[in-house]
Design a protein around this ligand. Sequence first.
Ligand SMILES: *Cc1c(COP(=O)(O)O)cnc(C)c1O
Length: 319
Amino acid sequence: MINITHIKQAQERIRGMVHRTPLIGSKTFSHICKNKIFLKPENFQKTGAFKIRGALNVVLSLEPPKGKRGIITASSGNHGQAVALAGAISGYPATVVMPKNASAAKVDAVQGYGAEIIFHGTSSMERIDRAEEVCREKGLTFIHPFNDPLVMAGQGTIGLEILEDMPQVEQVLVPIGGGGLISGIAVAIKETRPDIKIIGVEPEQSNSMYLSIRSGQRRELQNIVSIADGLKTTIPGTNTFPLVRKYVHDILLVSEEEIRAAMMLLLERCKLLVEPSGAVTVAALLAHKVAPMGRKTVAVLSGGNIALRDLASFISENP
Ligand SMILES: *Cc1c(COP(=O)(O)O)cnc(C)c1O
């Protein structure tokens, strides 16, 4: 289990290699939801999402002989890009197992960082099995997208930055997929300032953490449909679930419509291009799911990677 020391170590390790994202105050959102809103725009992070923080923390912790054998993961999304870039930065060979039907843009991004791609199957189960096979054969290091303690600690550096920039913060909203991001942020903040509330947000149709917390054990979902592709995790992590239980005050659920509306307003008013997974926090605020108490509130915008074609279709579906 990770603690605040692991997150401070991660901060030292990755310092200068990732962007220090700012906090941006928003009058528009503050007015609409009657809280004082500040955005943490990880869509401006390297690779366009926060996941480089965790991936780099793993890679920079490896003994060089182990690192030189290589790193591998099975993600087609932001984590795949993060592992590819972490490999490029460290000089360790990176392999990303992607589905045969991966979009050209995602393939180009991973290839652009110099990673090797293995195309395999179409489901995440098939990909993970293949990655584990290659990992064993070649003695590589597997980097899990959310359940690895070093990954969680890397993501937690966002929490330290929020405390540095705004010690008066009262509540922090964080998207939940497998729970690595919120676990890291919650440890960073709660073990420094237990009075600050950490609130998670999930899509209504991808609410495995919500259901797990409510029932007291990890619950698995099947056939998830949501535009928030980075949050479509079927089951919370064995390491993330206990930390969410311990530190997270509440989990809010947002509809697909609410996510779309949030993306549009972020674009129109703040000029911020945020992907659906990153916009769920603002979606919860706009839908008045956070009490209107004038609280200093930080909403983490976790990423901004979205194909323009998908963006266009969201806009045209929006009334
Ligand atoms: C991965 C991801 C998340 C979810 O992070 P977890 O650690 O799986 O909870 C949220 N937003 C974006 C943009 C992501 O890429």
